[in-house]
Write a protein that binds this ligand. Structure first.
Ligand SMILES: Nc1ncnc2c1ncn2[C@@H]1O[C@H](COP(=O)(O)OP(=O)(O)OP(=O)(O)O)[C@@H](O)[C@H]1O
Ligand SMILES: Cc1ncc(C[n+]2csc(CCOP(=O)(O)O)c2C)c(N)n1
Ligand SMILES: [Mg+2]
Length: 344
């Protein structure tokens, strides 16, 4: 009788467990590979400089829904999410490649729109589109973008550099992208149930912009450079604050305490949360797609950081044994969970 093959459900590992499982057997063979799997981008030595490389995959139905996502915005966003990973290494993006799997329902004009968005992002961030690949797809539109960037050797910031007593800082505000998505989903449902063609989107500009046309935080990176601050660690927020904090803690071998009342949430986000009866703190902690920069700095840089607009200190790094916690205003400690966005 044939032996039954072992079958492990992917859900038992989760997104991050799966990545670790698949990649742990690979050892670096090249001296130029400075950092492989495990950060926002890989780091490769090229002469005096370092090159960073990162890839993100966007799948129809998982990452975007074409019923409410304009293709131009989608093209723009597909570039931005990659550049955000380059900036999170404290590097400057220089080139991208774009690979698409095209479903039969799309026409040339649709792809023209997608590429108009890609071009707009390239021009805005000063990167060149240098190639890619094109295939037919039976399962909806697929977009895979690879971004390349560069940085002087001493500039790169890894997830692994946070030290005990460092301050945890955050650019911008959180939770808006998720609430924008909730509004779009609500209008989609109304349309499906009633056939009403006119979506009610007035008054939701901010949260809609955050989900449909996000920007990468190049301004924060430049401000830090000008202020003479090199973050000890950095990561961009694609999966949610909670998850990204856990990544920094794990990679740096530290713990953290962040304070709930210090987590920045925009007034517009609060308003939508109230309307939809959604907990704003949950949106900020687990929402994802905010593409803000989360970074740590040394205590002695505290004066310099206070002068920077749009940056908040939200907590500090502790020893590994203390764990990763959110502290509520009434003094309760809530453990932060590292949930991947995709519940495999
Ligand atoms: N299938 C895979 N094979 C090899 N390495 C992978 C795979 N998926 C992810 N990685 C690597 O794992 C690390 C973490 O990837 P992850 O996608 O969580 O980070 P990210 O790109 O910052 O997040 P996001 O995808 O939400 O933008 C990176 O170094 C990435 O290159
Ligand atoms: C249709 C639709 N469903 C869900 C979402 C939300 N969403 C998609 S990817 C992601 C996090 C990063 O993912 P990854 O780690 O794969 O880069 C989030 C929060 C969306 N934007 N559109
Ligand atoms: Mg990232």
């Amino acid at each position: 009788m044939a032996e039954k093959r072992k079958r492990t459900e992917i859900s038992t590992l989760g997104e991050f467990g799966l990545i670790e499982h698949l990649t742990k057997g690979f050892k670096s063979l090249q001296k130029s590979t400075m950092k492989g799997v495990g950060d926002d981008a890989a780091v490769i030595a090229v002469g005096e400089k370092l090159m960073v490389v990162t890839t993100d995959l966007l799948l129809e139905g998982i990452h975007f829904d074409l019923t409410y996502t304009p293709l131009q915005h989608l093209g723009y966003k597909a570039v931005v999410v990659n550049l955000s990973d380059v900036y999170a290494m404290n590097a400057t993006p220089t080139q991208i490649t774009v690979s698409i799997g095209v479903s039969a329902k799309l026409a040339v004009e649709d792809l023209d729109e997608l590429y108009a968005g890609i071009q707009m992002a390239c021009e805005h961030y000063g990167v060149d589109m240098v190639g890619g690949d094109t295939s037919a797809s039976l399962t909806g539109l697929t977009i895979s973008i690879t971004a390349i960037g560069e940085a002087p050797k001493e500039s790169i910031t890894y997830r692994s550099g946070a030290q005990v007593n460092d301050l945890i800082c955050l650019s911008g505000d959180l939770g808006a992208a998720l609430m924008g998505l909730q509004i779009l989903e609500r209008e989609k449902q109304v349309f499906q149930q009633t056939g009403l063609e006119q979506p009610q989107l007035e008054g939701y500009d901010y949260v809609l912009k955050r989900i449909l046309k996000p920007e990468a935080r190049v301004g924060t990176i430049e401000m830090l450079k000008e202020a003479g601050i090199k973050p000890t660690s950095m990561i961009d927020i694609s999966d949610g604050l909670s998850s990204e904090l856990r990544h920094i803690c794990k990679e740096s071998g530290v713990g953290c305490r962040v304070y709930l009342e210090k987590i920045p949430i925009a007034a517009e986000t609060f308003k939508v949360c109230e309307e939809l009866n959604f907990d704003a703190v949950t949106a900020a902690l687990n929402g994802g797609e905010d593409y803000e920069m989360l970074f740590t700095i040394r205590q002695e840089d505290v004066e310099k950081i206070h002068g920077l607009s749009g940056v908040d200190v939200i907590g500090h790094i502790t020893g590994a044994s203390t764990g990763a916690f959110l502290v509520t205003p009434d003094g309760r400690d809530i453990e932060l969970q590292a949930q991947g966005w995709v519940d495999c």
